[in-house]
Design a protein around this ligand. Structure first.
Ligand code: FAD
Length: 340
């Protein structure tokens, strides 16, 4: 089924979320897509607990709290939110509308496209080491989709953050053995998890190893083990059946780079009147865009969203009358906000 909408917003970071609001005030419908399983972009993924001090009228607000408030603010507009899927394909049709398709096959027929992709789609940081290209089997995992497949296996878990620690604790119950491999002795995860993992290690249920991977070994495409080197340059080898890599996420502009838009150092140049890209009907706001004087602040993205909404309206409904209305006094905006 193809979803019809006025605009598809690529990226549900703070700026993409606020775009829903600005479009909604003008009576435009939006669908939001994000590759992460949650909304909030960098705020939710990278620093949810940190206080932000430069959001107007909020002397201090937690990053996740800001995301929660934005979600509350856009609620009246009932935007479709499609998480855990990356916008992959994008085509401008002859009628000027856009076909947009995600990695899970969700398809949109959109009047306009607004790219609010920040630094790019967050992807699991991949295992890169000598010999990795020879591994053609599916023994290297970046997430756990079926816990049972690890029962009775010798597991090598890479990482030192919460995901690595959580899965070490969990899979130690069902695996034949678990080796937790991190480049140094300190972990980044929650103190309680670190304590529990250390306790499992003391009981002999988990083995902790320090080091970086210098070589990946395989036989006929099947992974067999790693060579490691620790901070003192001591070398060791380890064998295993399955590898779970939890090295965090890194952003990747990915398919957006192939959409035929002008790019400048992985950013999308836009005008500052409506934040339109080199393709008419495609707009770019927030950290992903560039223009003279651009500063990557959340508040800059909010301003860009307000003006882009007018640009989208003009593109999708060229005959619509455009004028500035205040949310304090506009009866039509009150109706759209559900406060009339
Ligand atoms: P992002 O927050 O990066 O969100 C973009 C979203 O798009 C991501 O969720 C990504 O997964 C998604 N995406 C990308 N490509 C695709 C695709 N193809 N398909 C689907 N989804 C896609 N700014 C301030 O103003 N004040 C501060 O105090 C402040 N502190 C910060 C502290 C830290 C530690 C960091 C890292 C940043 C800070 N920033 C701060 C910067 C601020 O977080 C960014 O400016 C802001 O997040 C940009 O919002 P955005 O919506 O443009 O992009």
């Amino acid at each position: 089924m193809t979803i019809q909408t006025d605009a598809v917003i690529v990226g549900a970071g703070p700026v993409g979320l606020f775009q829903v609001f600005e479009l909604g005030l003008l009576g435009l419908k939006a669908e939001l897509v994000d590759s992460l399983p949650q909304v909030g972009g960098q705020c939710a993924e990278l620093y949810p607990e940190k206080p932000i001090y430069d959001i107007p009228a909020w002397p201090v607000i937690g990053a996740q709290e800001l995301v929660d408030k934005l979600m509350q603010q856009i609620k009246p507009f009932h935007a479709g939110i499609h998480l855990g899927q990356r916008v992959e394909k994008f085509e401008k049709r002859e009628d000027g509308r856009f076909t947009v398709v995600t990695s899970t096959g969700t398809e949109f027929d959109a009047g306009a496209v607004i790219i609010a992709a920040g630094l790019g789609a967050f992807q699991a940081r991949k295992l890169k080491a000598k010999g990795i290209d020879e591994v053609t089997s599916d023994q290297i995992h970046y997430k756990v989709t079926n816990r049972e497949q690890f029962r009775g296996k010798r597991l090598l878990i890479l990482g030192g953050g919460d995901s690595a620690l959580d899965w070490t604790m969990d899979l130690a119950e069902i695996a034949e053995s678990v080796e937790l491999i991190h480049r140094r002795n300190e972990y980044r995860g929650a103190a309680a998890s670190v304590e529990k993992v250390r306790a499992l290690a003391a009981e002999g249920k988990v083995r902790e190893r320090q080091g970086i991977i210098t070589q990946v070994h395989s036989e006929d495409g099947r992974f067999t083990g790693f060579d490691l080197m620790d901070l003192e340059r001591n070398k060791s080898s380890v064998e295993g059946d399955e590898v779970l890599v939890f090295w965090g996420l890194s952003p990747d502009l990915g398919p957006i780079a192939d959409w035929g838009l002008d790019l400048e150092k992985k950013q999308i140049p836009v005008d500052t009147e409506k934040f339109q890209t080199s393709v008419e009907g495609v707009f770019a706001i927030g950290d992903v865009n560039t223009y003279p004087g651009k500063k990557k602040f959340i508040l800059s993205g909010f301003h860009e969203a307000a003006l882009a909404a007018f640009g989208v309206q003009k593109y999708v409904y060229p005959d619509a009358r455009q004028f500035v209305q205040y949310t304090t006094t506009s009866p039509i905006m009150h109706k759209r906000l559900g406060v009339a």
